[in-house]
Design a protein around this ligand. Structure first.
Ligand SMILES: CC(C)(COP(=O)(O)OP(=O)(O)OC[C@H]1O[C@@H](n2cnc3c(N)ncnc32)[C@H](O)[C@@H]1OP(=O)(O)O)[C@@H](O)C(=O)NCCC(=O)NCCS
Length: 153
């Protein structure tokens, strides 16, 4: 089941984030996101096992963060959650943007499967655990492709 995140989910969401990120968001950032962004969670047997945070901006959106509990990865939950969360965006964005670490191959593959493609590379954007820096891959998904295709034909 996929639904909007609530205050009661914050501990579980933060626990997942801490397991998967080298530089995790603080609990307070998730709490503030509830008021500002579209925050979704996916449940498995009534347990929150993943989350997705989208920021609508006028007629576009940014995918800020998403994760699936490591125990539940590779089962199609991330794909399902992202597709559903995008579909639920009330501003019906023309484009959705995201940035992701260049080394994060599972996430890049998920985003490509979800219709995103790379448009830029932001050099030395992310801090690394070893003190170095890592490039950010900037990706975009153009929504309403069927509509756009009408004008091309
Ligand atoms: C990225 C992430 C959300 C994917 O969630 P998931 O539920 O495991 O992904 P799914 O099972 O829905 O897989 C969907 C697609 O993603 C890709 N994918 C997922 N895991 C992958 C892996 N380990 N290696 C390569 N591709 C992978 C595949 O294209 C897959 O489609 P397929 O099964 O048809 O091959 C999850 O790995 C995660 O939480 N990672 C840590 C946090 C993170 O990196 N978040 C994104 C950046 S903020």
């Amino acid at each position: 089941m996929i639904r909007l995140m609530q205050k009661a989910d914050l501990n579980q969401v933060h626990a997942i984030e801490n397991q998967v990120q080298t530089h995790p968001w603080k609990r307070q950032q998730f709490a503030e996101s509830l008021a500002s962004y579209q925050c979704s969670v996916i449940e498995h047997e009534q347990k929150v096992v993943g989350f997705c945070i989208l920021q609508p901006v006028v007629d576009e959106a940014n995918l800020l963060l998403m994760a699936i509990d490591p125990q539940y990865q590779g089962q199609g939950l991330g794909f399902k959650l992202l597709a559903h969360a995008i579909q639920q965006l009330k501003n019906e964005p023309v484009q959705i943007f995201l940035e992701v670490r260049e080394s994060n191959h599972p996430a890049i593959a998920l985003y490509e499967k979800s219709g995103f493609h790379q448009i830029d590379l932001r050099k030395n954007y992310y801090p690394c655990e070893d003190g170095g820096r890592e490039h950010a891959v900037i990706m975009v998904k153009t929504c309403h492709d069927d509509f756009a295709a009408l004008f091309k034909s």
